[in-house]
Design a protein around this ligand. Structure first.
Ligand SMILES: O=C(CO)COP(=O)(O)O
Length: 271
């Protein structure tokens, strides 16, 4: 759902919490339980906004047990996966293991993977293929750094990352793909790209997909915005008609705040 100014959506919004390297499995379970209770108390309608968390790998088995045991509606995914399926890849995690742990989604190419670990578009492309081999839906992260933004090349840069990462994907895969636009300069800094910036890039991503595939395919792909999203700004950000949700870092570590973001409809400013 695209959020639109009348509060209706074409695509089901996705509110995703990336815990990054925070929360051991004991802390993670407490956070998820509190999140689920808070959403239950608010009678959250998951058909109107899907809620997902991305805990560290070491939390996933506990998350699976809690979600299955308590029949939670929150879905979950991993923060990364290997482009390989098995073998001598010390420290890497196969998509096969993630599927076995009940993951729905997997992040691919988060800016922290790209900058700290030097991940390239070609590697992201291989990771997306690995996710698909194991029935996981990739959440492909793209976005520019400050210098690129200041040079006014943010759209070209981000679309190049997009094209490189999805090369060879068929239309059905693109339709189910989630793309998260995260300008690096807005991550963890308190700097938020304006709602117009988020909409500008989401529309550019959708137009690029429409040129590579067709309008019907591009109309299905969900495009999220990430970077210092909070309950106080989510309403404005999701106002953009091509913005279909948020990828939230720091604010997803507080159950009440993240639940409030997931219930973004109460923050929408409708015409
Ligand atoms: O990187 C992010 C989510 O993946 C954004 O992080 P913050 O919300 O902490 O800025």
């Amino acid at each position: 759902m695209t959020s639109q100014t009348d509060g209706t959506f074409d695509r089901t919004p996705l509110i995703a919490g990336n815990w990054k390297m925070n929360m051991d499995h004991v802390q993670g379970i407490a956070l998820l339980q509190k999140l689920a209770w808070t959403l239950d108390d608010a009678k959250h309608d998951y058909a109107r906004a899907e809620v997902a968390v991305f805990p560290p790998f070491t939390d996933l088995r506990s998350v699976q047990t809690l979600v299955d045991g308590d029949d939670l509606r929150v879905v979950y995914g991993a923060q990364d996966l290997s482009d390989q399926d098995s073998g001598a890849y010390t420290g890497d995690i196969s998509g096969q293991f993630l599927a076995k742990l009940g993951c729905t989604y997997v992040l691919v190419g988060h800016s922290e993977r790209r900058t700290i670990h030097g991940e390239t578009d070609a590697l992201c492309n291989a990771k997306i293929a690995a996710a698909h081999r194991h029935g996981l839906v990739p959440v492909l992260c793209v976005g520019e750094g400050l210098e690129v933004r200041q040079a006014g090349e943010h759209v070209a840069h981000t679309l190049e990352q997009l094209r490189g990462s999805i090369a060879g994907l068929d239309a059905q895969r693109v339709a189910e793909l989630v793309v998260a636009y995260e300008p690096v300069w807005a991550i963890g800094t308190g700097e938020v790209a304006g709602p117009e910036d988020a909409q500008e890039m989401a529309a550019a991503i959708r137009a690029e997909l429409a040129s590579l595939y067709d309008d019907g395919t591009a109309a299905k792909t969900r495009v999220l915005y990430g970077g210092s999203v909070k309950s106080s700004n989510v309403g404005q950000i999701l106002q953009g008609k091509d913005v279909d949700g948020a990828l939230v870092g720091g604010a997803s570590l507080d159950a009440e705040e993240f639940a409030s973001i997931a219930r973004f409809e109460q923050h929408l400013v409708t015409d």
